[in-house]
Design a protein around this ligand. Structure first.
Ligand code: ADP
Ligand code: ADP
Length: 226
């Protein structure tokens, strides 16, 4: 586990769009932080800077004590779950989950054990030999979660992971994500534009608007205000 600390983080895209303007906050060890706000407010840009998928124009991002501004995504000790799942279509579910570990040279027995454990937790054991196209949306989402879990990262990053699911499944997966995060205790940063999702999941809620933090706090405190 590790905290995530943002200090005066900003992002100006080529062309001059100021997507993130001097954002500072800390996500404590093991807590679940949700970034919420209207489309275009900079949530995804901020998450991608934590992931290392976007260069940082100003300020610093720390994971634990370490400033990661110039660290490659693969060396940041994070795992990200994307909206479109980003699974490899030609690989089996097993191989999708094993791929990142194989690249790191993790021993085969260790890979098998980790995939088996993740598959059990997420109830996708029956599908390990299937291709992603042979799965439902909810099953694909579980595989994407499994791929993140097997890495045993310090930090989980989620970019609107449930927005491609129907309403009923979204509620079900929300509960599962929360249970999973609690039991693993992994520091998490989760982006959504869905206020209910944000309320349900967050220990720390960050409300963004126009590239800045508008409010931050426990959801129960933020929504009690007049
Ligand atoms: P959100 O995730 O809250 O919808 P984004 O972080 O995607 O917001 O976008 C924030 C702002 O940055 C928007 O004005 C968007 O148009 C702009 N933006 C996002 N990605 C790029 C990019 N690659 N190049 C230029 N502008 C971008
Ligand atoms: P090798 O490295 O000898 O090829 P792997 O462990 O990579 O062996 O497994 C070979 C194939 O068998 C993999 O591509 C994977 O799809 C499949 N496989 C391995 N273990 C399992 C498992 N527990 N469940 C389902 N498929 C598995």
């Amino acid at each position: 586990m590790a905290s995530v600390t943002l200090s005066a983080v900003s992002k100006i895209y080529h062309g001059g769009v100021e997507a993130v303007r001097g954002v500072s906050f800390e996500v404590p060890d093991g807590s679940f932080c949700v970034l919420v706000g209207p489309s275009g407010c900079g949530k995804s840009t901020l998450l991608r800077m934590i992931a290392g998928l976007e260069t940082i124009t100003g300020g610093t991002v720390r994971i634990g004590e370490r400033v990661v501004n110039d660290i490659e995504p693969a060396d940041r000790d994070i795992a990200m779950v994307f909206q479109n799942y980003a699974l490899y279509p030609h690989m089996s579910v097993y191989d999708n989950m094993a791929y990142g570990l194989r690249n790191r040279g993790t021993p085969k027995a260790e890979i098998e054990a980790r995939v088996a454990e993740a598959a059990r937790i997420l109830a996708i054991e029956p599908f390990l030999d299937r291709r992603p196209r042979q799965l439902s949306g909810g099953q694909r989402q579980r595989v994407a979660m499994g791929r993140a879990i097997v890495r045993k990262p310090q930090v989980f990053l989620f970019d609107e992971p449930l927005s491609n699911l129907d309403a009923k499944l979204r509620v079900q997966m929300r509960v599962e994500i929360k249970r999973l995060q609690r039991s693993l205790g992994v520091t998490s940063v989760y982006v959504t534009h869905d206020q209910v999702e944000a309320m349900t999941l967050s220990d720390v809620l960050v409300v963004m608007n126009a590239g800045q933090v508008e409010q931050i706090g426990r959801p129960i405190d933020l929504y009690r205000k007049p």
